[in-house]
Design a protein around this ligand. Structure first.
Ligand code: NAD
Length: 306
């Protein structure tokens, strides 16, 4: 069996070494395609492989057509909107993600951005503290839970809304579970966004939802840019000089945000929530283990295209 790591943004070397160890211990061969610049390179590399480990790399119908021997694709990370699930299912290819492996890294970044914002982007002026502020966690999945854990350490009052997670599961963590996103945004001065990008959630963070946030509102987005209705967020920030937006996923309208909202808008230059050595290693090795489990034992835990 031949396993390919295809990453335009490569894993840390220590993660590749860990993946190699898992793959070779199973008696498989590992191939590496890193920092590729043309899709043609990916199409060529997938020709004879049985499994692929990717990060944010795009796996679409054309790649799946080229990968005649492919059985499984594992996205080392949580979001898998870069894989065409329908096409994968049509090609008989199993798709998995590695949930939870980078959650602490993303949560730490979210809290870091909150501190940065309440301290006025470290501009030398007096700011405020997170302690005592109401934090709303929009989607209580792996990242959301870690944000709750860290935020409690800061002394924040933590609320959450999740469309699918039962309220008693949320409340067991000492977090107040709310009934709707509307209630969450009305209640909390700070909202940390952790919904996946799906047909239902795309553009769902809009003017109607954000306008009722309390004074001194802050939205922190470590999820996806597609869930934000950018035009409506711009309109809201034009109307509300107290509103801050911090994001780990640069908006399409980054230049406009930066120009209009200096001092209350920040974007990382490229998505870096999961960019830690620990998250790299955890997600990469989990991907390798899941591939071995699938190819040897047919284990489909973490399959996302059921
Ligand atoms: P997860 O799958 O563990 O949790 C997602 C949660 O969203 C689940 O609890 C689910 O019930 C909930 N949910 C789904 N649809 C919803 C809706 N319409 N309304 C409310 N809740 C809804 O995922 P995670 O690991 O917590 O990651 C969350 C998202 O963050 C990912 O989908 C990914 O897009 C993004 N992410 C970004 C980075 C980064 O580098 N910035 C890293 C990891 C994840």
């Amino acid at each position: 069996m031949k396993i390919l790591i295809a990453t335009d943004k490569p894993f840390a070397k220590v993660a590749v070494d860990g993946i190699r160890k898992e793959i070779e211990a199973a008696g498989y061969e590992l191939a590496l395609l890193e920092k590729y610049t043309e899709k043609a390179q990916l199409l060529d590399a997938v020709k004879d492989v049985n499994a692929i480990i990717i990060r944010s790399d795009i796996i679409d119908a054309e790649v799946l057509d080229a990968a005649k021997e492919l059985k499984i694709v594992v996205r080392a990370g949580a979001g898998y909107d870069n894989v065409d699930l329908e096409a994968a299912t049509a090609h008989g290819v199993c798709v998995m993600n590695t949930p939870g492996q980078n959650s602490n890294a993303v949560a730490e970044l979210a809290l870091g951005m909150m501190v940065y914002a309440v301290r006025n982007f470290y501009n030398g002026t007096s700011g405020t503290e997170l302690m005592g502020k109401k934090l709303g966690i929009h989607a209580y999945g792996n990242v959301g839970r870690n944000v709750a854990r860290v935020a409690k350490g800061f002394g924040m009052e933590v609320y959450a809304y999740d469309a699918f997670c039962p309220k008693d599961v949320i409340e067991k963590d000492g977090v107040k579970a709310l009934d709707s996103a509307e209630e969450l945004y009305k209640t909390c001065q700070v909202v940390s966004l952790h919904i996946p990008a799906t047909a239902e959630t795309k553009n769902s963070i809009n003017y109607a939802l954000l306008k009722d946030m309390p004074k001194g509102a802050m939205l922190v987005n470590t999820a996806r840019k597609e869930v934000i209705n950018e035009a409506e967020l711009i309109k809201l920030m034009e109307e509300r000089a107290d509103f801050k937006y911090l994001t780990d996923i640069m908006p399409a309208a980054n230049a406009e945000f930066a120009e209009k909202f200096a001092g209350r808008y920040f974007s990382t230059p490229k998505k870096m929530g999961a960019q830690t050595a620990e998250a790299n290693i955890n997600a990469g090795i989990a991907a390798a283990k899941q591939i071995v489990g699938f190819l040897k034992d047919g284990c489909e835990k973490f399959r996302v295209n059921k």
